[in-house]
Design a protein around this ligand. Structure first.
Ligand code: SF4
Length: 222
C-alpha cells in the first residue's frame, strides 16, 4: 500500500487553538473537494509505503520535540488505507493532528482511534461554491471523545443563514467554532470591523466561538 505525499516539513501551526506550536506537517496529495479559494498545491508528490514514511520521519526528525504531526492536504482521509497501516507505526511518538475538510465520515471511523486532535472544516457555500453542510454535520457527530474544533473560513459574502447553520451544527455537537477570515496573500480579505461584526453574530447564537486569522501568513512561514 503506497500513497502519494506532496511534502513533509517542520513549521509552526498557524491556524486554530494550537496556533504557535511546532508541528511536523505531512501533506497528502489529492482532495475530494474543489473549493473556490483553494490555494494549496497538492497534486505532485512522491510515493511512500507506510514503512518508508515512518523510516523517513523518524530518521530525519526528533518527533518528541514536536507538539504533534499534522496530517494535512489535500484531504488526508482519502489515503485511509495507507493511514490504517501508517498510524499504528508511529503511535506514541507524538500526538496526531488531523486537518480535514470533514466530509469523509466513514474514512474517519476507520482511523479514529489513532487521532488526538481534529481540525475540521465547516465550508460555507458563499466562500467555497459548495454545499457540504450535511456532510460536516454527520462528520462532527462522529468526532466524540476526540479534541475537535471546526474552522470556518469566511469572507464578505457570508450569509445570515450560513451563520445559523454553523451554530446549529455546533449546538448539536458541542464543538468550538474558529472563525477564520479569508486571506488574500498575507492580508485579510475583510476589515477588522467586519470580523468583529461576524464574531458578534456568531456569539449571539453560540458563545463558544473564537476569531483566529491565519497567523503563519503574518509570521511568513509555511
Ligand atoms: S478542501 Fe482544502 S485542499 Fe481541498 S479543495 Fe478545499 S481548500 Fe483545497
Amino acid at each position: 500500500m503506497k500513497t502519494r505525499i506532496n511534502e513533509i516539513f517542520a513549521s509552526i501551526q498557524g491556524e486554530g487553538p494550537v496556533v504557535g506550536y511546532k508541528q511536523l506537517f505531512i501533506r497528502f496529495c489529492g482532495c475530494n473537494l474543489n473549493c473556490e479559494y483553494c490555494d494549496t498545491e497538492f497534486t505532485n508528490g512522491e510515493e511512500f509505503t507506510p514503512q518508508e514514511l515512518t523510516q523517513k520521519i523518524t530518521s530525519e526528525y526528533d518527533l518528541k520535540s514536536f507538539h504533534s504531526i499534522s496530517l494535512t492536504g489535500g484531504e488526508p482521509l482519502l489515503s485511509v488505507e495507507f493511514l490504517k497501516e501508517f498510524l499504528p507505526l508511529i503511535k506514541g511518538k507524538t500526538k496526531i493532528y488531523l486537518e480535514t475538510n470533514a466530509t469523509l465520515t466513514n474514512n474517519l471511523l476507520e482511523v479514529k482511534d489513532y487521532i488526538d486532535i481534529i481540525s475540521a472544516d465547516i465550508k460555507l457555500e458563499s466562500a467555497t461554491g459548495l454545499n457540504t453542510f450535511d456532510k460536516h454535520e454527520n462528520f462532527l457527530q462522529n468526532c466524540q471523545n476526540i479534541e475537535t474544533f471546526a474552522k470556518i473560513v469566511f469572507d464578505e459574502k457570508i450569509t445570515k443563514e450560513e451563520i445559523s447553520q454553523c451554530c446549529n451544527i455546533a449546538q448539536k455537537t458541542g464543538i468550538e467554532l474558529v472563525l477564520q477570515p479569508k486571506m488574500i496573500g498575507d492580508k485579510m480579505s475583510v476589515t477588522a470591523d467586519f470580523c468583529n461584526e461576524i464574531l458578534e453574530k456568531f456569539t449571539q447564537k453560540y458563545p463558544n466561538c473564537r476569531l483566529i486569522p491565519q497567523v503563519h501568513k503574518f509570521l511568513d512561514v509555511r
